[in-house]
Ligand binder design. Structure first.
Ligand SMILES: Nc1nc2c(ncn2[C@@H]2O[C@H](COP(=O)(O)OP(=O)(O)OP(=O)(O)O)[C@@H](O)[C@H]2O)c(=O)[nH]1
Ligand SMILES: [Mg+2]
Length: 364
C-alpha cells in the first residue's frame, strides 16, 4: 500500500522535509505519523491546509445524491467549528450533524437543552432537516448506536468537519465497535489527517475520513504547536464561579482576559467554563495590562506584533433577567445572568481580529 494508514498521505522516501516521508516505502506509517503515534511529537512540515477545503468542495460537487455526509462539530466550540462555505453545498445530500465530545460538558448539563439549542441554531440554515446526533467517542453506547446508523444504508459516507473535532476518532471507535483494528491516526494537533482515507467497514459499507478544515478562528492558533496540545480538552470542563465587582478582570493565563465594566459599583456572578489545564486569575482592571505584561512570556505565543483585539458586549434593560454565554473559540465560555446594566470586554492579544468570540443565550 502506498498511502500512510495513519494520515492517508502518499508515501515517499526521497525528502525528509516533505510530507509523506517514510524511511522504508513499505512502512505502514509515514515518519510524521510514527512520531505523533509513538512520541506525541510533531515534526515541522509545511502542510497546505488551505487546499483541503477546495478538495472537499470538489468532492461534494461530484458525489452521487445517495452519498451521505457526517458533519462533525465540537461541543465546546460549536460556532467556530462550523464550515459555513460547505453547508450550502451539502443541502442536496443526506447530512447527519454529529455534535462530538459531549463528555466534556459538566454532568449537570441537560442534553435535551443542548439538542434544542442545536436544532434552533440550524433552523435558519440549509441544514434544517438534518438528523442531529450528540456524540462522545468515550462511551460505547454512543459508538454502538452510531455504528448501527452507519450500517443502515449501503452508501458511501464521508466524515467531514473542522480540524480536531474528532472525525478520525469517531471512525476508529466505529471500527473497534465493528471488531476491526482502528488504524487512523488521532492527535491533539491540528491537521492530523492529510488525505482522504477509505475504510471498508464490511463488504457493503465504506467510510471516508477527510482532512479537517483549518480553524483559523480558534485561539489555539495563537499558540505554537507545542502549546496547542494543552488547548485540547480531554476532561470535563471545569466550572469556576467568580463573584465580580465592577471593573474587575479575569485572565485565562495570558491568552485572553475579560473585563466587567460599569460606572456604578455593582456585583455580578460569572461562571467560567474552560479546560482544567488553563489557569484563570482575577485582578482589577487597573492592574490588567500590568498583569498581562508580566505573564505573557509564560506562553509560547505565535504572534509577532501583539496588538490587543477587543470584543465589546453591552447589556442594558432589554437583557435583564436573561442568561447568556460569551464563547471564545478554543477556550470555552463564560455564563452569566444580567440584572443590571454593564459592559463586558474580551481582550485577546493577536496579530489580527480573527478569533471567534460570540454571544449566545446560555446553553446550560
Ligand atoms: N473529550 C473528547 N475528546 C475527543 C473525542 N473524540 C476525539 N477527541 C479528541 O480530539 C482530538 C482530535 O481528534 P482527531 O480524531 O484527531 O480529530 P480529527 O477531526 O480527525 O482532526 P484532523 O485530522 O486534524 O482533521 C484528539 O485529542 C482526540 O482524543 C470525544 O468524544 N471526547
Ligand atoms: Mg483526522
Amino acid at each position: 500500500m502506498n498511502n500512510c494508514i495513519g494520515c492517508g498521505i502518499y508515501k515517499q522516501i526521497e525528502d525528509q522535509n516533505n510530507p509523506g516521508y517514510a524511511a522504508k516505502i513499505d512502512n505502514l506509517y509515514c515518519l510524521r505519523c510514527f512520531k505523533i503515534k509513538n512520541y506525541n511529537e510533531l515534526i515541522a512540515q509545511e502542510i497546505k491546509a488551505s487546499d483541503f477545503i477546495e478538495k472537499l468542495k470538489e468532492v461534494i460537487k461530484s458525489e452521487k445524491p445517495t452519498t451521505e455526509f457526517y458533519y462533525i462539530l465540537d461541543i465546546y466550540d460549536l460556532n467556530a467549528s462550523r464550515i459555513i462555505e460547505l453547508e450550502e453545498l451539502l443541502s442536496k445530500f443526506k447530512v447527519i450533524i454529529i455534535i462530538n465530545k459531549i463528555d466534556l460538558l459538566p454532568k449537570s448539563v441537560k442534553l435535551s437543552k443542548i439538542r434544542k439549542y442545536i436544532t434552533e441554531l440550524f433552523a435558519k440554515t440549509s441544514l434544517k432537516k438534518c438528523d442531529i446526533i450528540l456524540m462522545t467517542t468515550t462511551k460505547k453506547i454512543f459508538v454502538n448506536s452510531l455504528l448501527n446508523k452507519v450500517k443502515k444504508t449501503q452508501t458511501v459516507k464521508y466524515f467531514i468537519g473542522s480540524s480536531n473535532v474528532g472525525k478520525s476518532s469517531i471512525i476508529n471507535a466505529i471500527m473497534t465497535a465493528n471488531n476491526l483494528i482502528p488504524q487512523v491516526l488521532v492527535s491533539n494537533y491540528f491537521n492530523t489527517t492529510l488525505e482522504f482515507i477509505d475504510i471498508k467497514l464490511d463488504s457493503q459499507t465504506k467510510l471516508i475520513d477527510t482532512p479537517g478544515i483549518s480553524r483559523q478562528n480558534s485561539i489555539a492558533n495563537l499558540t505554537t504547536n507545542k502549546q496547542q496540545k494543552h488547548m485540547y480538552f480531554t476532561k470535563e470542563l471545569k466550572q469556576i464561579t467568580y463573584q465580580l465587582n465592577s471593573n474587575n478582570s479575569i485572565f485565562y493565563e495570558a491568552l485572553c482576559w475579560f473585563d466587567f465594566l460599569s460606572e456604578k459599583e455593582i456585583e455580578n456572578s460569572f461562571h467560567v467554563y474552560t479546560n482544567k489545564d488553563i489557569k484563570t486569575h482575577r485582578t482589577s482592571l487597573k492592574n490588567s495590562l500590568n498583569y498581562y505584561e508580566k505573564n505573557k512570556f509564560l506562553l509560547d505565543l505565535n504572534i509577532k506584533n501583539k496588538n490587543i483585539s477587543k470584543y465589546e458586549f453591552l447589556f442594558d434593560k432589554k437583557s435583564f433577567n436573561k442568561e447568556y454565554d460569551i464563547v471564545i473559540s478554543g477556550l470555552g465560555w463564560i455564563s452569566f445572568k444580567v440584572t443590571k446594566e454593564f459592559k463586558i470586554v474580551i481582550n485577546i492579544p493577536t496579530d489580527n481580529n480573527k478569533v471567534d468570540v460570540v454571544l449566545r443565550r446560555s446553553i446550560i
